[in-house]
Ligand binder design. Structure first.
Ligand code: ADP
Ligand code: MG
Length: 272
């Protein structure tokens, strides 16, 4: 796929979500993006954690532009236009960074986010969106129209409780079938066994990512994705396996895949 505009091509959107912060969303988004890129796919990450996005930091990037700069241009924006706001990572992955100050977050409306991602879908094979914590006004449309939702949890009781609630909300939105449950740090010390988690949360299965604090924190602090620096590590193997699973044929969601960004779910519900 070339990165020029192609309206027939619509790449897939992977929404990386969690009900709680500090759970591994950034780590997983960044490493999954690089792992997919290694499969010769064109990958873009959108940092939709609009207040405290740290994708740039996790990839050691100094963005000249962020999604805040897209806001003023949104009505005129086309594929070429969005491209100029992206930052290149040495792996080939492109990044649309979060605003550099939390007070700018509210400028980035759900409409801006959804339209931007929609344009990026024309250029990239996969657009990975780090959606911040929970389901917010700004991200709900995007989550609803994504192709796959990676719901990241760990074995902590508070994470599990909130993940269960968020999964129920995704069910109410009618998009629960897009969920892939990601159990991060599955072998951390806990009263709860990792293989009990899918059942506890009403899911059939999970994607298991091992606990490796040294490598995870080193990777985030240095800004070098571990799938590059430590490609044979347990963490990397799990991410490569996840990338394989997500791109396999049976991971597509034909039944629920919609091609247009519809109005906000809450307002469309209100209209009855
Ligand atoms: N699989 C893992 N093993 C060990 N530590 C992890 C793992 N995933 C994440 N962490 C640690 O958890 C913290 C939060 O990760 P981060 O990706 O920033 O979470 P989020 O984006 O959800 O806030 C970091 O200190 C990171 O090193
Ligand atoms: Mg984060």
């Amino acid at each position: 796929m070339s990165e020029t505009e192609n309206t027939n091509h619509l790449g897939k959107v992977i929404a990386v979500c969690s009900a709680k912060g500090g759970i591994g969303r950034t780590l997983i988004s960044v490493n999954l993006a690089v792992a997919l890129n290694k499969k010769n796919l064109n990958i873009c990450i959108v940092d939709g954690d609009l207040q405290f996005g740290d994708i740039s930091l996790a990839m050691d990037l100094q963005p000249s532009f962020t999604i805040k700069d897209v806001v003023d241009e949104i009505d005129q924006l086309d594929a070429g236009g969005v491209g100029s706001y992206l930052t290149d990572h040495s792996s080939g992955v492109k990044v649309l960074s979060a605003p550099d100050r939390p007070e700018y977050a509210e400028l980035v409306t759900g409409n801006v986010l959804a339209k931007t991602v929609r344009i990026l879908q024309q250029q990239f094979d996969y657009v990975i969106v780090d959606n911040g914590i929970g389901i917010q006004d700004q991200t709900v449309d995007l989550i609803e129209h994504s192709d796959q939702i990676l719901m990241v949890t760990n074995l902590e009781m508070t994470a599990l409780k909130n993940t269960k609630l968020m999964l129920e909300t995704l069910g109410q939105l009618g998009i629960r079938d897009k969920v892939r449950l990601v159990i991060n740090r599955y072998n951390m010390e806990s009263l709860i066994e990792a293989d009990e988690v899918p059942k506890m949360l009403g899911e059939n299965k999970g994607i298991y990512i091992p606990n490796n604090f040294k490598l995870a924190s080193q990777s985030l602090n240095l800004g070098i994705p571990f799938v590059i620096s430590q490609s044979k590590s347990d963490l990397s193997k799990a991410i490569f396996k996840m990338a394989e699973g997500l791109t396999s044929k049976d991971s597509t969601f034909q039944a629920t895949k919609k091609k247009s960004i519809l109005p906000n779910i809450f307002s469309s519900k209100a209209k009855g």
